[in-house]
Design a protein around this ligand. Structure first.
Ligand SMILES: [Fe+2]
Length: 270
């Protein structure tokens, strides 16, 4: 790998149908449109930091209606780079499939794909489980992952909606990836070549490591979750600014920049 490989990460779009009532006081579609416009202006071909593609780690829509996915497709259309979509707990696999019939799936019908890149193999997982907001990786999905790892060598970057770790926010810790131990059993033999894990779900900027694997997440393009590490049983919603992440992967490491795309304070000479 020569120059850093650059891609974008956004998460938790929670798009609602055109004309739907505001969600927590805002229109998630307008928010996504603002993110897309900023990305197109800054990271398209010919820009100073062109991005190879955009990865969206789930909660594409808020209620999973067909009309919300139709709107999502329209909102993403102006992007000047390919988009790879993952499902979250707010999504509906069938409705997603109807709106995005060309989206890759594994043999079990899960929205999972392995994408070879100059920065390594990007593995995207489907943790959506109907009937719960928690995440699951059943035997079928884990077998797919194990097979992709077994047949590959070199660096791997992982993407999924639900984090395998708890974060100390009571409500969110009730609905993490419930199959974290089973996931680890699959990953452990390959842990030394898994460079980073990207997730969503928390609507918060977060970075650290899980069982030695570095991870990061970021605010959604819609509403957020506040920093409240008490035992409060409800999610502490907030309207902290939305962000997208610009990720640069080089031989030396993985670098994650976040950008508050609604910030209008501008730059000045320091
Ligand atoms: Fe979400």
């Amino acid at each position: 790998m020569g120059a850093p490989f650059t891609f974008l990460h956004i998460t938790d779009l929670h798009v609602t149908p055109e004309g739907a009532p505001p969600l927590y006081g805002l229109d998630p579609g307008e928010r996504l449109a603002a993110a897309v416009a900023d990305i197109a202006a800054r990271h398209g071909p010919g820009s100073t930091t062109p991005a190879a593609f955009l990865i969206v780690t789930g909660d594409l829509t808020h209620h999973g209606e067909p009309a919300a996915y139709d709107r999502l497709e329209s909102l993403l259309a102006p992007l000047p780079m390919p988009v790879h979509l993952l499902l979250g707990n707010h999504d509906d696999r069938a409705a997603f499939g109807a709106a995005f019939p060309a989206a890759p799936r594994d043999a079990g019908g899960f929205v999972q794909q392995a994408l070879p890149t100059p920065a390594g193999l990007f593995l995207m997982l489907d943790t959506n489980e109907p009937g719960t907001h928690a995440g699951r990786l059943c035997a079928s999905r884990l077998e797919w992952l194990a097979a992709r790892l077994a047949e590959s060598e070199g660096d791997v970057l992982l993407f999924l909606h639900h984090p395998p770790h708890r974060v100390g926010i009571a409500r969110m810790d009730l609905i993490p990836l419930l199959d974290a131990d089973a996931l680890w059993q699959v990953l452990a033999p390959h842990a030394s070549r898994i460079r980073h894990l990207f997730h969503g779900h928390l609507h918060r900027p977060l970075a650290g490591s899980w069982r030695g694997i570095p991870f990061s997440s970021l605010r959604g393009t819609s509403h957020q979750v506040g920093l409240d590490l008490t035992e409060r049983p409800t999610a502490p919603g907030s309207h902290e600014p939305p962000a997208y992440a610009l990720v640069r992967v080089s031989e030396e490491g993985v670098l994650v920049h976040t950008h508050d795309f609604l910030d209008r304070t501008g730059n000045f000479v320091l």
